[in-house]
Design a protein around this ligand. Structure first.
Ligand SMILES: NC(=O)c1ccc[n+]([C@@H]2O[C@H](COP(=O)([O-])OP(=O)(O)OC[C@H]3O[C@@H](n4cnc5c(N)ncnc54)[C@H](O)[C@@H]3O)[C@@H](O)[C@H]2O)c1
Length: 681
């Protein structure tokens, strides 16, 4: 029989090596947001299993102390986080030189992990949640330390494999293989549902990576500002009749959420010149955005909020107003007083509505937390009732002329789950989409993703602001603002990015670019690293992009050939990026829309100035984007076909996209009608 002494002797990477003695429990700093108690659906047998699973990470001599402690965490928080192993003090992404490592990539990923857990960035840092209510870097602090240790010892001939936060181990590979391969929450199809998911997370065998949290590529709320800016600006152009050169001056945008990503809304509308009121139930999040200067006023009376907005609209002065209260109450007021709203959205965490992501009307934020803990089933009923009312109010406002769009938080799916079948376009299920087109169907899909424009991002690993400014200027020089209106928008964005003070955490930037733009900028940055002009750079992107994500309620909502329920594209993107040598590849279930509703992936590429990395850029960056364009073209999306035709013409010696022949709609409809009539008669 194998015993723990043999096991300890067989491992060179262990927690007792990191800590020496069992550490004392660090104090919790007051004022740091804490995750609510998570649903804990475990039987006695499963409780034992969860405990044994967590104890796998620690040497036997610590079990007597830790077993009751872990059990207590499970019973009081619904998860085992291993709080005792939490680092003391604030975590933050430090300059890369502060980290130990045998290769640049190993040190670079430590910067990224710490930035994802930065107290100023992470939603619930003590529970390793970066954003989106449940999006974690990994499941617990034991995993955090082991991952850190593996990254410290890893060489360029090894790959670290991370399965749902668990570091499976370090395996021999090669310099052209990824240094880190991450998967999160991938479940076997028949079991891929919320019920099994809750059990698996409570057992400590599954991690919700959201999108960039579990791929360690989150860069604070800036990461979503550019996309939100493009969405609201183009919504104005398409639905409010703004000319290309106009902005949202004098227009009103209403939404909810000032959390991890939703916190970008006020800032984005501000940059687009408009006025916004964003409802938020949690005062601490309002405080964070206010301290950052991302909202300029805080009110708790709907009348005051709308009066303030109106005054700013009349002066055409851009302003972001935080309304401390429930979005449903804000909309009740607007409907009752027939207040004109130009653009309306929602960014509560509806992808996890029953886990606390959506605060129901009638409960304060604290009452929501308490009901979640004490009466989770009653909480569900409150959520359902509130979502139904929320939807009714949206309908009324839309009838009165407001343009509403679902901004990828699964709001419409949550309304459907609450029992409102009429929100489906076909009146019975979401297969044909919902009655309100999502922002991807109307705006982002046709105008950005189908061309390959997506949320390219980078982090200056030196931590130097000067490096960021140099990269901003270099990226701007790579864009031809006359090529397309999107390039013009992106050019203006990067030209003004520093002025908008978007950095929270590491020196990072987001910039929407297409395949050619991303490759050109990446090569330029690598050259700057080579010449010593700047320090090393981490390239990545949001998973919310052209090619990395299959998500019928979001990224692939404008894929209309029936393949929107398939996850081949995201899987190919992940595999292709690994094959071409990206430094990190990640593939997740869920993302921004919830378990079973999306497969999403991303990458990280460390620019070290080498020619090896030039080669990876030339092969991997265009693939990462064009695989998505090819799939969108095959779904007959016109702008993607046009992009594909152009790509095939320009890459005759190297690449070739299969393009669709287009059937005549009328001929097909007539034929089907005739034949079906015959069959039926
Ligand atoms: N389409 C996109 O690009 C995109 C980008 C980011 C986030 N999202 C989605 O948007 C959602 C929000 O993301 P996040 O990272 O900001 O999550 P988050 O949980 O950090 O923030 C959501 C905020 O909504 C608040 N809230 C909940 N119910 C409310 C209510 N009824 N009224 C007012 N405020 C309420 C919460 O207190 C919280 O602060 C997620 O579902 C996410 O997946 C989509």
């Amino acid at each position: 029989m194998i015993d723990n002494r043999q096991i300890a002797a067989a491992m060179r990477v262990r927690l007792d090596q990191v800590f020496g003695d069992l550490p004392t429990v660090p104090a919790f700093v007051d004022g740091i947001r804490r995750a609510p108690k998570r649903h804990f659906p475990l039987s006695r047998h499963d409780t034992e299993l969860a405990l044994k699973n967590a104890l796998r990470y620690v040497p036997e001599e610590w079990h007597r102390v830790l077993a009751p402690e872990f059990l207590n965490e499970l019973l009081t928080r619904g998860r085992i986080y291993g709080y005792r192993f939490r680092p003391t003090g604030r975590i933050r992404g430090l300059p890369i030189g502060s980290y130990q490592g045998n290769c640049l990539e190993g040190r670079a990923f430590q910067v990224m992990i710490d930035n994802n857990l930065d107290f100023e960035i992470a939603l619930y840092p003590y529970e390793l949640v970066t954003y989106g209510e449940t999006g974690q870097v990994c499941q617990n602090w034991m995993q955090y330390h082991l991952i850190r240790r593996y990254l410290e010892i890893m060489t360029r001939d090894q790959t670290l494999v991370v399965a749902s936060g668990h570091p499976l181990g370090l395996f021999a590979s090669s310099a052209t293989a990824p240094r880190v391969i991450i998967t999160n929450a991938l479940m076997v199809g028949a079991f891929d549902n919320t019920e099994n998911w809750c059990r698996a997370t409570a057992l400590g065998v599954a991690n919700y990576g959201q999108m960039t949290a579990g791929g360690w590529m989150y860069i604070g709320p800036q990461g979503i500002v550019h996309g939100t800016y493009s969405t609201v600006l183009n919504a104005g152009r398409l639905k409010l009749g703004l000319a290309r050169e106009e902005n949202l001056a004098g227009r009103l945008f209403i939404s909810s959420g000032l959390g991890g990503m939703s916190g970008a809304q006020g800032k984005a509308v501000d940059i687009a010149g408009g006025v916004s009121i964003i409802a938020e139930v949690d005062l601490s999040r309002i405080q964070t955005r206010h301290d950052q200067g991302w909202v300029s006023a805080v009110v708790d009376d709907p009348h005051e909020a709308f009066a303030m907005a109106k005054a700013c609209q009349q002066k055409r002065r851009a302003t972001a107003i935080a309304f401390h209260g429930n979005i449903v109450d804000l909309l009740e007021y607007a409907v009752r007083h027939d207040t004109a709203i130009d653009l309306l959205s929602d960014q509560t965490s509806c992808h996890a509505a029953y886990e606390g992501g959506y605060c129901p009307q009638g409960l304060t934020f604290d009452q929501r937390t308490e009901m979640l803990r004490a009466e989770p089933l009653k909480f569900r009923q409150f959520v359902d009732r509130s979502l139904k009312r929320h939807y009714e109010l949206v309908q009324t406002l839309v009838e009165r002329g407001t343009y509403f769009f679902d901004y990828g938080n699964s709001f419409m799916k949550a309304v459907y789950d609450a029992g409102v079948k009429s929100i489906c376009r076909n009146g019975k299920d979401p297969l044909d989409g919902f009655v309100f087109p999502s922002y991807v169907e109307d705006i982002m899909g046709p105008l950005l993703f189908d061309y390959g424009y997506g949320p390219f991002r980078w982090v200056c690993l030196s931590g130097k602001r000067d490096d960021l400014l140099k990269t901003d200027r270099a990226a701007m020089d790579c864009i031809d603002p006359e090529r397309r209106f999107q390039d013009r928008d992106n050019y203006v964005w990067i030209r003004d990015a520093d002025r908008h003070q978007l950095v929270v955490g590491t020196q990072a930037r987001i910039l929407y670019l297409d395949a050619l733009g991303r490759k050109t900028v990446a090569l330029k940055f690598n050259e700057m690293v080579r010449s010593g002009e700047i320090g090393p750079v981490m390239l990545g992107r949001d998973h919310h992009d052209t090619g990395g994500t299959d998500s019928p309620y979001r990224e692939t909502a404008n894929v209309k050939d029936g393949s929107n329920i398939m996850a081949d594209m995201a899987t190919h993107c992940f595999a292709g990026n690994a094959a071409r040598g990206m430094s990190l590849v990640a593939l997740h279930n869920g993302g921004g829309v919830g378990i079973g509703k999306a497969i999403n992936g991303g990458f990280g590429l460390v620019l070290d100035g080498s020619e090896r990395v030039d080669g990876i850029i030339r092969l991997a960056i265009p693939w990462d984007v064009m695989g998505g364009v090819a799939r969108r073209a095959w779904a007959r999306n016109e702008n993607a076909i046009a992009t594909g035709i152009h790509f095939n013409a320009g890459h005759q010696a190297t690449d070739h996209i299969t393009l669709p022949f287009l059937a005549d709609d009328e001929v097909v409809a007539k034929l089907v009608e005739e034949v079906l009539d015959d069959v039926h008669s």
